[in-house]
Structure formats: structure tokens, C-alpha cells
Design a binder for this molecule. Structure first.
Ligand code: NAD
Length: 346
């Protein structure tokens, strides 16, 4: 029998995983919340499943003696040193397609909630039933005809664009790596990052966390945005400089923000956005924070666990992998063995 370790988040109940890899492997859920809790428990694993409460840096990966795959139960894989794993011949896989609709719903939901003043009106009513009219939410700008700027027009960006188009918004996007023509399928106009910032009524972030996107929304970017605009971040916390955003919200440089992700999670009291959010009273609700829940639905959770375990099963059986994200760092022999081929060219 192989040994599959689930580092965090899922356990002690692992029935979903057992139903897929139970005949191949013993499954050990560690429920770890720190690197120290992984010490001595993953080194001999044949496969590792990692969710989001721990990371796998070089120091841990370098001790893996048998590992055939590291499977990330999620889209982003920035918490795994995937380059180093690749050089050691360990494929890293993700599940890119489990929560696309949920995250797009959350981004659009945050945009609508902030634009329509839901929280401002609802919280205000708790202390007084007056005013019982539009004074409770003023000013509100019409969303149809307004411009949504999407940064990163991948799966979630596209699903968000489709929803916004159905709401008759104008949708523009910035994504230097997009396959040309994709935007036409979604009725989106590609623009430069600067143009997106200066012309959007709502900016929604859907990029992975990379060296390029870390701190992408900083003081300079915020100062290019319209003073009545809304920023929505359901991507990764570190894409935004949160101290700069807190300052921009305080000073009215932008109007509002919807935030599902923070640079350090779980959030701490000294996070600038948490401090601002705690200070806000019911007359000034311009910041919505949710605790990294955008991906979640009962269906998405089952899908993610199922697909992660299926990828591990493929690795243990020596079959081709579906979602390997570090193929360019794998030694040639392993790359050929694990990768599903690309369509032939003429
Ligand atoms: P994706 O890979 O399908 O799309 C990402 C897009 O970003 C790609 O089109 C890529 O070309 C583009 N991109 C990369 N670098 C860029 C840059 N410097 N500037 C502009 N565009 C750039 O990924 P996805 O499935 O759409 O997910 C997007 C991100 O959402 C993930 O990377 C993940 O971090 C985050 N996410 C969050 C949650 C949540 O619960 N909040 C859930 C799932 C995914």
C-alpha cells in the first residue's frame, strides 16, 4: 500500500478520498496548521495532498524520499515551492476548475452589494428605521452601462465577465498572457493596465499570485483609479498592498472595496484592512471582508476533494496527470511520462 498524507484542513473524516484511493493507499490526515506539525510526518509519503493552511517550502520538499505527486486542493499553488519540486522530479498538480462559478458569483456579489449599498442600508436600520428611503444608500451609480475592469481574464475572470455582460455592463480586461481572440468570445475589450485603472467603475482582480502580480495594486495603481470606483479582490491577498488600500479608502481615493483574501491568513488584528473594517460605523460601510470563502459551496468542496484524489490516484497508478503545473521544471523523462500531450501542430 502507498502512503498518502493530507497535510491540512481535511480530516479526520476522509471518506471522499478513501472512496477514490482507499484500495491503493493508506490515507493520513494530519490537520496541521504549521510547518512544525509536518515534521517527520511527510518525508516517506508517496503522495501529498495540501489544502491552504500550511505551505510546502524547499526545506520540507527536499526531505521527500518517495513522493510521486504533490496535489494542491485548489487553484493557486503559490504555497508550494513548485519549481524546486519540479527539479527533484516531483510533479505538482492543482484543481483549476472546481469553484469557477462560486468565485465569479462572489466577485459580482461584492460588486453589487457595495454598489447598491446593501450593508450600509441594512446596518443603518438596526439603530433606526429612518430614513426609510433612498437617503439610506445615496449615492448609487447605475451598474448597467458602467465599466467593469477585469485584471486576469482566465477561467474566473471569464465567468465574471459573462455575468457582468448579462447585467449589460461594459467589460474591459488586462491580461498580457491571454491567447489572442479569447476576449472576443466573451465580448470583452482588451486594454492596458493603466487604461483599465483609469476608466473602470469597478476593478475586479483574477490573477494568480506571481512575482509580477505581487503588490500590483499599490499606491500608484490606486491613485489612477476613479474616486467613485470599487475594487474587488477574490484572487490572492498579496496582489494588493493592503496598507495602501486602507489609506485609499480612508482618504476617499477610491470609494469601496470587497476583499475575500488577505496577504496573511487567517487575518490578524494588525492587518490594516481589518483595522479599518473594525473602525467603520453603520454610516460608512465601504469595505466588505469575507474570510476566503469565495470558492466555497458544498458542491465545490466535494468536487475539489474528488478531483484532487483522482489526480493522486493517477500518479500512484503511473498514469498521465491532468493538471501538472510545474512541467517546465521536471526532468525530461518524468515530463514525458506524466504529461498528457498537446495537440499536434501542422
Ligand atoms: P487562471 O489561471 O484560469 O487565470 C488567471 C489569468 O491571469 C490568466 O489568464 C493569466 O494569463 C492572467 N495573468 C497572469 N499574470 C498576469 C498579470 N501579470 N497581469 C494580468 N493577468 C495575468 O486562474 P483562475 O482559475 O481564473 O483563478 C484566478 C485566481 O483566483 C487564482 O490564481 C487563485 O489565486 C484565485 N482563486 C481564489 C479563490 C478564492 O476562494 N478566493 C478560489 C479560486 C481561485
Amino acid at each position: 500500500m502507498f502512503k498518502v498524507v493530507i497535510t491540512d484542513y481535511i480530516g479526520p473524516e476522509v471518506e471522499v478520498e478513501k472512496s477514490i484511493i482507499g484500495d491503493l493507499a493508506e490515507i493520513e490526515p494530519l490537520l496541521a496548521r504549521s510547518l512544525a506539525e509536518l515534521e517527520g510526518k511527510v518525508d516517506d509519503a508517496d503522495a501529498i495532498i495540501i489544502f491552504h493552511e500550511v505551505s510546502l517550502p524547499e526545506a520540507v520538499i527536499s526531505r521527500l524520499s518517495n513522493c510521486r505527486v504533490i496535489a494542491r486542493g485548489g487553484v493557486g499553488y503559490d504555497a508550494v515551492d513548485f519549481r524546486f519540486a519540479g527539479k527533484l522530479g516531483i510533479p505538482v498538480c492543482n484543481v483549476p476548475d472546481y469553484g469557477v462559478d462560486e468565485v465569479a458569483d462572489q466577485a459580482i456579489g461584492m460588486m453589487i452589494a457595495l454598489n447598491r449599498g446593501f450593508l450600509k442600508a441594512e446596518r443603518g436600520l438596526k439603530s433606526s428605521l429612518e430614513p426609510w428611503d433612498c437617503r439610506a444608500v445615496k449615492p448609487v451609480k447605475r451598474l448597467s452601462g458602467a465599466t467593469l475592469g477585469i485584471v486576469g481574464l482566465g477561467r474566473i475572470g471569464q465567468a465574471t465577465a459573462q455575468r457582468a455582460r448579462a447585467m449589460r455592463m461594459r467589460v474591459i480586461a488586462y491580461d498580457p498572457y491571454l491567447r489572442p481572440g479569447t476576449e472576443k468570445v466573451f465580448g470583452v475589450e482588451m486594454v492596458s493596465f493603466e487604461e483599465l485603472l483609469s476608466t473602470s467603475d469597478v476593478v475586479s482582480l483574477h490573477v494568480p499570485l506571481t512575482k509580477e502580480t505581487e503588490g500590483l495594486i499599490d499606491n500608484d495603481a490606486l491613485s489612477r483609479m476613479k474616486s467613485d470606483s470599487i475594487l474587488v479582490n477574490t484572487s490572492r491577498g498579496s496582489v494588493v498592498n493592503t496598507a495602501a488600500l486602507a489609506q485609499a479608502l480612508r482618504s476617499g481615493k477610491i470609494a469601496a472595496a470587497g476583499i475575500d483574501v488577505l496577504p496573511i491568513e487567517p487575518a490578524s488584528e494588525d492587518e490594516p484592512l481589518i483595522q479599518l473594517w473594525r473602525e467603520a460605523d453603520e454610516t460608512n460601510v465601504n469595505l466588505i471582508i469575507t474570510p476566503h470563502t469565495a470558492f466555497y459551496s458544498a458542491e465545490a468542496m466535494l468536487e475539489i476533494r474528488t478531483k484532487t484524489a483522482m489526480e493522486v490516484a493517477r500518479a500512484l497508478r503511473g498514469e498521465k496527470l491532468v493538471n501538472c503545473v510545474n512541467s517546465q521544471w521536471l526532468p525530461d523523462k518524468i515530463r514525458e511520462r506524466v504529461l498528457i500531450g498537446v495537440p499536434p501542430t501542422v
